[in-house]
Structures are given as structure tokens and as C-alpha cells.
Design a protein around this ligand. Structure first.
Ligand code: PGA
Length: 244
């Protein structure tokens, strides 16, 4: 059976309370699909819950409770009604020094509490230029998903996000994305004997390029940063990808 594609909004650390209120006024009236997942800045999450879309969190920690100032646990997130967590985003790898080993601990903890996981992987501009993309992705996958069994893998979605495409208005060609998605699926099949891992694409997805990006055959959806901050642009993307 063919699965519906998903559209995920990564709002990052954007918008103040007044802007969030305006944003919610528009999207709560117009988004009517559980194939849309919105990931607000943590403190605003309660305002987004209990509407006709799913809600994700942009990061979670690897313990249930304790003296970890500033962190949020998957247990806490789940108890709030949050559906999913984004882990391994390149901005956290870069600015907060997250390693594949740390991400692996977070992935396991999130899955233990039945949160779905979007695991972000992707190569830098230099790695892309040196044609090292597949080696980098393979390493990120094998380390970040280490020790996951088949049941756990069922709750994982891979987001392929070339770092050079994030926030730059640059994207790989459709055929490059399609080939890389196939390679990612193959890596997961080879390493974990797991079939058909859903892979979404992120990096400068917007209302102008979504029609073309949406023709990629093996894609499971899109992770949208900048363009998700404008309800108009985000709704256009949803309209193209998701049947509401
Ligand atoms: P972008 O961000 O759409 O602004 O490129 C995507 C992401 O970082 O998830």
C-alpha cells in the first residue's frame, strides 16, 4: 500500500509569542491533516497541541528525569501528547557539538517512549564536492541507529538534509535526491535488513520549488525550515504534497 507523504515544519528558534499567536490563527483554520507535523520552539508547544495536525519537538534528551538543566525528556514530551522528535539536526551537530554517539542515545530513548523519530543526516559542501556523500551518510546512519531492532526502526524516518542546502536556496537536482534516497534505503537494508525506510528531503524546500521536488519518485515527504514560517508559503507546500 502506498503511504501518504508527510510535510514537517521545523520552526527552529523563530517567532515570539505575538507572532506565534498570529501564525496559529491562520494554520489552525487551514491545516486539516495528520500528515502535517509542526515542530515549534519547545516553550510554545502547548499552544500547538490538539489541532488537526501532529506536533513534534526539535530535540529530546536521553534520560527520563534528573539534573539536566535545560533539557526535555522523551517521557515528558510523550506525556504532553507530542508525537515525534527531530534528532541529529545539522544545526545541533554544528552549534552544540552533537555526535553520532550522543544522537544514538537520544534515538533509543525516544523510541523507548514511543515517540517517532526524524533522524537528520547530510553532508557538508566540502564532502559533497569531494563526492563523499555516501560515505558520510553511511557513517551517520550506522552510528546513529546502532542497536536498533526491527520494531524500533519502524518508528524512524530519515531526513536527508544536505547541509549546504539548508537556508541557502540551493537544492540538489531531483535526480541527485532520488539517487541519494535509494542509497540511504539500501544502506539501511544492508546494515539492518530493514526494508523501505521512509526518507524525506529537507534543505531550501519552498513554495516555488515544491511542484518540481514533489515529482521525486521514492520520496516520503519534506522537512521545511524557512518557508514554514510563512503560513502562505507553508500552506502552498501542503496543498501540493498532502491531500487534506
Ligand atoms: P530550510 O531548513 O528549509 O530553511 O533550508 C530546513 C531544515 O533545516 O530542516
Amino acid at each position: 500500500m502506498k503511504k501518504n507523504k508527510i510535510v514537517v515544519a521545523n520552526l527552529k528558534m523563530n517567532m515570539d509569542l505575538a507572532e506565534v499567536s498570529n501564525y496559529l490563527r491562520v494554520i489552525n483554520k487551514t491545516i486539516n491533516s495528520k500528515d502535517v507535523i509542526i515542530c515549534p520552539t519547545s516553550i510554545f508547544i502547548p499552544y500547538f497541541l490538539k489541532h488537526n495536525y501532529q506536533v513534534g519537538i526539535q530535540n529530546t534528551y536521553y534520560n527520563d528525569f534528573g539534573a539536566y538543566t535545560g533539557e526535555v525528556s522523551p517521557l515528558q514530551a510523550k506525556s504532553m501528547g507530542i508525537d515525534l522528535t527531530i534528532l541529529g539536526h545539522s544545526e545541533r551537530r554544528l552549534h552544540l557539538n552533537e555526535t553520532n554517539e550522543l544522537i544514538n542515545l537520544k534515538v533509543i530513548e525516544a523510541l523507548k517512549h514511543d515517540l517517532k523519530v526524524i533522524l537528520c543526516i547530510g553532508e557538508t559542501a566540502e564532502e559533497y564536492a569531494a563526492k563523499n556523500t555516501n560515505d558520510i551518510l553511511k557513517l551517520q546512519i550506522s552510528k546513529s541507529l546502532n542497536n536498533l531492532d526491527q520494531e524500533m526502526l519502524k518508528k524512524v524516518i530519515i531526513a536527508y538534509e544536505p547541509i549546504w542546502a539548508i537556508g541557502t536556496n540551493l537544492t540538489p537536482t531531483n535526480s541527485e535526491i532520488e539517487t541519494t534516497i535509494s542509497s540511504i534505503k539500501m544502506m539501511i537494508k544492508e546494515q539492518f535488513n530493514f526494508d523501505d525506510m521512509p526518507v524525506i528531503y529537507g534543505g531550501s524546500v519552498n513554495d516555488k520549488n515544491i511542484n518540481e521536488l514533489n515529482t521525486i519518485k521514492n520520496i516520503a515527504g519534506y522537512l521545511v525550515g524557512g518557508a514554514s514560517l510563512s503560513p502562505d508559503k507553508f500552506l502552498k507546500i501542503i496543498e501540493v504534497v498532502v491531500n487534506q
